[in-house]
Design a protein around this ligand. Structure first.
Ligand code: GLU
Length: 310
């Protein structure tokens, strides 16, 4: 069965921007007769907070989200799927579509790159190292693994596009992005692609800060699996919630989580209604909002939230 998903990182409490994105992901999935899956992205152990998984789950349920079971469980957890990521990285290595990268973050930042290359793109330093050079560098520091992305004869990166229901066509360069970090952890871009594919996800709804990664992920999905299926994934990158200064809402902005709002007298139903109204949808149970849900009628701009008593 085709599926949508919500994939939070269990790094603390969800704030109302996260809850709003989760509600939208549910509305998109259910309005298109898809299953809806929950996946905890807990590969970054340093950021994972004990107990936040159950708390996030409860908060999402309190908003009215329902999830479909996967192998008898109501959620998946990336930390339990390491074999699958290892297999995918092995598949790329076997096809000689990767190379070892020894660069530090600082070296990447300081390296000369082509004019107009988007910031954050990898300048290609380790792409053409000789065997000898690689041997020498391995003794100095552990290597990350990068995708050997296609280049034209002149060395230019390939551009790749996806269609987004809300943003239209998103086109970015497919960079030599990291598929395995130098501590051996699978990279976010790799894990997302493996999970989405293997759990039947063909609809990706998430915050629009992640829109620039969609073309690279779609490209990788086609490379690892079926290009046709990869091209049919539906994307919707939704506007974020901002604080009064116009910056992306964060927990430090005050009463922005379900628990903190509850203390201010705003219970779960009132919070759900606040979020629905911000989306131009009727207050009330989510199942009712589903009846009038129309992606084309969603507000195109970010929503600015001022916490009570701030
Ligand atoms: N785990 C990511 C986050 O919490 C979302 C990744 C995704 O939806 O692809 O921002």
């Amino acid at each position: 069965m085709p599926a949508g998903r919500y994939a939070p990182s269990p790094s603390g409490e969800l704030h109302l921007g996260n809850l709003r994105t989760g509600m939208l992901a549910w509305l998109f999935a259910r309005s298109t007769e898809r299953a809806f899956l929950l996946r905890f992205e807990d590969l970054d152990l340093a950021r994972t907070v004990a107990g936040s998984e159950d708390q996030q789950f409860d908060d999402l349920q309190a908003m009215g989200l329902t999830f479909d079971a996967q192998d008898g469980a109501d959620r998946t957890r990336q930390s339990e799927r390491m074999d699958l990521y290892g297999a995918a990285i092995g598949q790329l290595q076997h096809a000689e579509l990767t190379y070892e990268c020894f660069c530090s973050r600082r070296e990447i930042h300081e390296a000369a790159r082509a004019p107009h290359a988007p910031t954050g793109t990898y300048p290609g330093t380790c792409r053409y190292l000789s065997q000898e050079e690689r041997r020498r560098r391995r003794a100095e520091r552990p290597a990350a693994v990068r995708l050997r992305a296609p280049r034209s004869e002149t060395g230019a990166a390939t551009r790749f596009s996806v269609e987004d229901v809300l943003l239209g066509r998103i086109t970015t360069e497919v960079d030599d992005f990291v598929v395995q970090r130098n501590d051996g952890t699978p990279a976010y871009n790799l894990a997302v692609v493996v999970d989405d594919h293997l759990t039947g996800v063909d609809q990706v709804v998430r915050g629009d800060d992640l829109a620039p990664s969609a073309p690279s992920q779609a490209y990788l999905r086609g490379l690892l699996y079926d290009p046709q299926a990869a091209a049919e994934v539906q994307y919707a990158h939704v506007p974020l919630v901002l604080n009064v200064e116009g910056r992306r809402l964060a927990k430090r902005d005050g009463a922005v989580t379900r628990a903190a709002l509850q203390e201010q007298g705003i219970d779960a139903a009132a919070l759900r209604d606040l979020l629905l109204i911000s989306l131009g949808l009727p207050a009330g149970p989510l199942a009712q909002a589903l009846e009038s849900f129309d992606p084309k009628a969603l507000p195109g701009d970010a929503w600015v939230f001022q916490p009570p008593n701030s």
